[in-house]
Design a binder for this molecule. Structure first.
Ligand code: HXC
Length: 259
């Protein structure tokens, strides 16, 4: 349990809760604490899905500019490893994840949200990569993950301009997946993850790996990865449960056991 970030576990869902007033600025300590929580969520058996949530007012307004202001090139050459470590650890949690976005998700905050499988935003949320206004570029994966989500031209337009976009535009370009009333963001994220908590754990893990890792490979290599992951699922108990349930009762009625 960190000072600014904690993992709250209930009903199979682990919520990585950011709590650093006023803006959940991601200083080095917050980055380390997110990484700790992501590692814990990865290994805990009682966590089957993950929500990243910044509270009712703001998701995260980015790296802590006051902390970055005095950093030299050599300071950042070291710190950037940490930026990539915490985001990669979060992105590689082998369980479904969603960012529940209220208020601002800017800079490192938007990059944090893009490490999740999905993004659900409140109607008045605003997202963006405003680093250019500080004379820098996104440094926690934004140039890569934003491009993969929205395509190169739209990513460049957002990164070159640094402009903030509202939830409806973010939905239209694929940066967020659902928009709900502000007050319902966290509950809607929980409802979404609650459906997946009941799913076959190893198949969900394999699906995430096939899409995320396979997407970085040429087609033949991606298909080879899929073949291995697919065949391996025949070693799990849940695929017996799923197929026996189908034959006996029809589709969608299996009670998976996560093994
Ligand atoms: C440090 C921040 C901050 C940040 C806001 N604050 N964002 N402090 N780092 N990223 C502080 C303000 O200084 C202020 O402190 C208080 O939070 C409230 O902010 P205001 O600006 O007064 O509020 P408001 O007018 O509502 O505007 C909110 C805002 C704006 C739109 C979020 O603060 C803003 O543009 N922030 C910077 C966003 C940004 O550029 N993010 C990218 C950072 S670079 P006081 O003490 O005066 O109350 C980055 C690089 C990626 O993320 C690296 C990976 C992690």
């Amino acid at each position: 349990m960190g000072e600014f970030v904690r993992l709250e576990v209930a009903d199979g869902i682990g919520t990585i809760r950011l709590d650093r007033p006023k803006m959940n600025a991601l200083n080095l300590q917050v980055q380390n604490e997110i990484e700790e929580c992501a590692r814990e969520a990865t290994v805990r058996d009682d966590v089957a899905a993950v929500i990243v949530y910044g509270g009712e007012r703001v998701f995260a307004a980015g790296a802590d500019i006051k902390e970055m202001q005095t950093m030299s090139y050599t300071d950042m050459a070291v710190a950037v490893e940490g930026l990539h470590s915490f985001t990669t650890t979060l992105a590689r949690i082998p369980k479904p994840s969603v960012a529940a976005i209220t208020g601002y998700a800017l800079g490192g905050g938007c990059e944090l949200a893009m490490c999740c499988d999905f993004r659900i935003a409140g109607e008045s949320a605003q997202l963006g990569q405003p680093e250019i206004l500080l004379g820098i570029i996104p440094g926690a994966g934004g140039t890569q993950r934003l491009t993969r989500l929205v395509g190169p031209a739209k990513a460049k337009e957002l990164i070159f301009s640094g402009r903030f976009i509202k939830a409806d535009e973010a939905l239209a370009i694929g940066l967020v997946d659902r928009v709900v009333p502000d007050a319902e963001v966290y509950a809607a994220a929980r409802d979404w993850m609650a459906q997946l908590v009941k799913g076959p754990r190893f198949a969900l893990k394999a699906a995430k790996e096939a899409v995320d890792r396979g997407g970085e490979l040429d087609l033949d290599s991606g298909l080879a990865l899929e073949k291995s992951l697919f065949a391996a699922l025949f070693a799990t108990h849940d695929r017996l449960v799923g197929m026996e349930s189908f034959v006996a009762n029809g589709p969608g009625k299996a009670h998976f056991e996560g093994r």
